[in-house]
Design a protein around this ligand. Structure first.
Ligand code: ZN
Length: 244
């Protein structure tokens, strides 16, 4: 199976379409949460994911977009965009988002937005969070999002902290190990934050048992124009071009 793994699309349809069209023929699409929020086309992105038959889970922005969680812990720009998203989505779309699970178990693979310890909120930035996640992950492979940084976490019991974290570069290939666990962040499709404004995603080939990281250019200006028309916060518009 050839599986496209995407995360943090953030209602950026131009970016999602660039990724989907470059991926070619696929057997599955897995989306790791934050499909909405920040960007100008939440309904269109949900429709596109549904058309693609994507497996979807919830992130903090799905929950904020329906009012299921409060935006008190969001920064002011994120809260403003969450309120806009909530108004823009239909009752049926709210119902769809509310029904999304926080964790999805696929054959030999676990999908979560943050970490298995705290699926909606926790960032897998630290060794402590990554070790706690790996202890809870029963499958050999996992995928996560939320940080917007393409990352590989490998279990390694020889290290006192129990794991190692690596930034992933374009074109990098990860062979899924037979005797230890890994968890991979494919980066963000719609709001990259590693200094590279190109969309980030991963292809998981189950025949090869390998994952490759891809970066793709998309029409950033088109998304920024729609955000201006929607009067979304200035910083959210500018950060797309900076990849921050
Ligand atoms: Zn996000």
């Amino acid at each position: 199976m050839r599986i496209l793994v995407v995360s943090d699309i953030h209602a950026n349809l131009a970016a999602l379409d660039a990724v989907l069209s470059a991926a070619g023929s696929l057997d599955a699409v897995w989306s790791l949460g934050d499909s909405v929020g920040y960007g100008p086309q939440p309904s269109e992105c949900l429709a596109r994911l549904q058309q693609a038959g994507a497996v979807m889970i919830a992130g903090n922005h799905e929950r904020a977009a329906t009012g299921a969680i409060s935006t008190d812990d969001f920064n002011p720009d994120a809260a403003t965009s969450a309120q806009w998203t909530k108004k823009t989505l239909s009752p049926a779309e709210h119902g769809f988002l509310d029904a999304l699970p926080e964790v999805s178990l696929q054959p030999d693979c676990t999908l979560v937005h943050g970490t298995l310890r705290d699926p909606i909120w926790e960032y897998m930035h630290s060794y402590e969070a990554a070790s706690a996640h790996l202890r809870l992950q029963e499958s050999p492979l996992g995928f996560f999002g939320h940080t917007h940084i393409p990352t590989l976490v490998t279990e390694d019991h020889r290290l006192p902290r129990g794991c190692e974290l690596y930034r992933l570069q374009e074109g990098e290939r990860i062979d899924v190990p037979a005797d230890s666990k890994i968890v991979v962040n494919p980066g963000s499709v719609g709001q990259p934050r590693d200094g590279d404004p190109r969309s980030s995603c991963a292809l998981y080939d189950t025949n090869d048992n390998a994952i490759t990281l891809h970066r793709l250019e998309y029409d950033i200006g088109a998304t920024q124009k729609l955000m201006e028309e929607a009067k979304l916060p200035r910083w959210l518009i500018e950060r797309l071009a900076a990849g921050r």
